[in-house]
Design a protein around this ligand. Sequence first.
Ligand SMILES: [Zn+2]
Length: 76
Amino acid sequence: MDGPLEPRPARPRRCPRCGRPSVERFRPFCSASCRDRDLLDWLDGRYALPAVESEQEEAAEPRRGGPSRETATGED
Ligand SMILES: [Zn+2]
């Protein structure tokens, strides 16, 4: 085949949280709000893991929402 490779069209990425087109300043998110929320979720998921190594008592408790992350900058 001797066709030139098609250049990849610059696809606008979409905010992984709400699906709106991402803004370069907040890539890959569309706004600081979505970026912060995702970061909080990420931190919540990483650091809120039960310490299985030594604290079995807490590990036995079912985790709920955790820190209220919905209250911060909930302006859509
Ligand atoms: Zn968004």
